[in-house]
Design a protein around this ligand. Structure first.
Ligand SMILES: Cc1ncc(COP(=O)(O)O)c(C=O)c1O
Length: 415
């Protein structure tokens, strides 16, 4: 088919005249295809899906009720723009009660987001000029970097490795990059490594930002999903509000991925600028959704119940994977277990299957064992297991985990 004039008009940032013509298949599409093929080859068999990056359950009934109540109010029907006081005030209370961050001004230092993804796509417009560098951790959630590149920005990747406890090494960034670096994006507890930050690391980040005039964006999408102690907020670090923002979301912490609601908090000027660009991007999330989210922020016990479930599942999964030979360590939070990919699997009859990458073993697991995972080959070869797999109740959960153990039991993994 010859190109239409529309093809010729597409912007270079999405590929221009080459847009849509590549035959490359991206990671998540490969996983989907492998799942479909595995189902077709094994009709009626159970695929154990450990690849999903979102909760397996609905929002709690009381939150759905709150949405229903708020949706019936005529006052909530219109454009929400940058929102009313309810979410802002509850978010400020949440920051203090849950994250130990005092003194957040709900009027000036908080603004809702239509999910953290939306905020991460808006913020580059606030900060990035052509040629500016963004420091992004890899493996990671790429949205800020993608949009920064749309604006002519450049991304410098900071690898997250086991040797550094999956924290970026801020001391060895090339001087020419550092000179043009404007933003550091971090995310803890981290997707995909499951790693948590420490107060010392956050203090180092604040110092780094002050020394090099850098804005810090802390994506705290999983922050409240902790298995012990309190969530660790970047904004609890002395000086953090002077250098950056933190992004919270109801998606994972309140089982509300589809609701599209969260908030941005921190530096007043950045919050204001985010609000101005946001106002030119969307017209705000439905006030009924904002008010249901405000209810959530005042009921952190919901997140505690969700965390307890993930903690229980994580403990059991670590046990199963260790028995299978993986070097699995229970993370302190999130719902992700990140393990080194084996180099080979040896069957009882002695036949040996080699894996060069995380993607190789991930494809083998889905095809041979009907277990879906997500491979990460960006900084070492790893597999990510999510404990958001579907199980009706605790007994069913045990059954699923025993089934994983059984399916992995007939091979010996080599690392
Ligand atoms: C690290 C990280 N940040 C942000 C998001 C998006 O969150 P939200 O649903 O609030 O847009 C995700 C979703 O997977 C994520 O893993």
């Amino acid at each position: 088919m010859s190109d239409t004039y529309i093809q010729n008009l597409l912007a270079e940032r999405i590929g221009g005249r080459s847009y849509g013509k590549s035959n490359a298949i991206y990671k998540f599409e490969k996983i989907k295809r492998a799942k479909r093929a595995a189902l077709a080859a094994n009709p009626g068999a159970e695929i154990i899906d450990m690849g999903v990056g979102e909760p397996d359950e609905m929002a709690f009934p009381e939150v759905v009720e709150k949405l229903y109540e708020e949706a019936k109010k005529p006052a909530n029907r219109g454009y929400a723009d940058n929102g009313d006081a309810q979410l802002k005030e509850s978010a400020a209370r949440y920051m203090e009660r849950v994250c130990g961050v005092r003194g957040i001004d709900p009027e000036k230092e908080v603004m809702h987001s239509i999910g953290s993804k939306a905020a991460l796509s808006i913020l580059p417009a606030v900060l990035i000029n052509p040629g500016d560098f963004v420091l992004m951790t890899t493996p990671g959630y790429p949205v800020f970097g993608t949009h920064a590149k749309y604006y002519g920005g450049l991304v410098h990747n900071l690898p997250l490795t086991a040797a550094n406890k999956f924290l970026p090494d801020l001391d060895n960034i090339p001087a020419d990059v550092l000179k043009k670096a404007k933003v550091l994006v971090i995310n803890y507890p981290n997707n995909p490594t499951g790693a948590s930050a420490t107060p010392e690391f956050f203090a180092e980040v604040v110092k780094f930002a002050q020394n090099h005039n850098i804005v810090v964006i802390h994506d705290a999408a999983y922050a409240a999903l902790v298995f012990e102690g309190k969530p660790l907020s970047f904004l609890a670090t002395p000086g953090a509000k002077e250098v950056g923002l933190e992004l919270h979301s109801c998606s994972k912490t309140f089982n509300m991925t589809g609701w599209r609601i969260g908030f941005v908090a921190g530096n007043e000027l950045l919050v204001k600028a985010y609000g101005d660009v946001k106002d030119n991007t969307d017209s705000g999330q439905f006030l009924a959704v904002q008010h249901a989210a405000a209810y959530c922020f005042d009921h952190p016990e919901i997140t505690e119940k969700i965390s307890a479930k993930y903690s229980r599942r994580m403990g059991a999964l670590v046990h199963v994977l260790k028995q299978a030979g993986f070097d699995a360590l229970k993370p302190k939070g999130s719902f992700f277990l990140y393990v080194k990919a084996p180099k080979a699997a040896v069957k009882k009859n002695g036949s040996r299957i080699e894996f060069k990458t995380g993607e190789d073993i991930s494809q083998w697991l889905i095809t041979e064992k009907l277990i879906s995972t997500v491979p990460w080959d960006d900084a070492g070869n790893y597999l990510r297991f999510s404990v958001t797999f579907v199980a009706k109740d605790e007994n069913d959960e045990k059954r699923v985990l025993a089934e994983i153990s059984r399916r992995l039991g007939d091979v010996k993994f080599e690392f």
